[in-house]
Write a protein that binds this ligand. Structure first.
Ligand code: CA
Length: 162
């Protein structure tokens, strides 16, 4: 009896797919890099969390008022590497504030808000920041101006005259 129960639970476990995406694989349907993905539901089994509908957040998205239908609804979320999602409990960046760094947050109800509250169904605004180092490095300009930081001033004067 115990063995069959164990077998059954093992089979069930195999059948369950992890729903929370890996932070490093966060992309929208078109393959664009995301800053975060916010989910409607959570579950006490990690494997079944990040469920329901979801809202995609792009790097540098500044959303003081969440889209219609999403206020106080988010229950789990995933933040991409080198990204930080700042959330507010009230719209227009008011109320309580929390910074979510990269990773999977299976249950927002486990994230404390103040002494007694939690963040489940309580996000009303957000801002997703991406670390500077992920941006394209600036291409070194080959114009005379590009020499300014290192070239002695007489060289710059020569270039300007030429
Ligand atoms: Ca919810």
């Amino acid at each position: 009896m115990i063995i069959s129960v164990l077998l059954l639970s093992a089979l069930c476990f195999v059948g369950l797919k992890t729903q929370c995406p890996e932070p490093s694989s966060l992309k929208d349907a078109e393959g664009n890099k995301l800053c975060a993905r916010l989910f409607e539901d959570s579950h006490y089994y990690n494997e079944q969390s990040c469920s329901g509908q979801y809202l995609d957040v792009y790097p540098m998205d500044d959303v003081p008022i969440v889209p219609i239908g999403w206020n106080n609804r988010i229950s789990s979320l995933v933040v991409a590497p080198r990204c930080t999602l700042t959330a507010w409990s009230r719209s227009k960046k008011e109320g309580k504030k929390h910074k979510f760094s990269s990773g999977i947050q299976y249950r927002l109800k486990e994230v404390a808000q103040g002494l007694f509250g939690n963040w489940n169904d309580d996000i009303s605004g957000y801002y997703c920041e991406q670390a500077q180092c992920l941006r394209q490095p600036p291409t070194v300009p080959l114009t005379p101006l590009g020499l300014t930081p290192t070239a002695p001033s007489f060289i710059i004067r020569m270039i300007k005259r030429a």
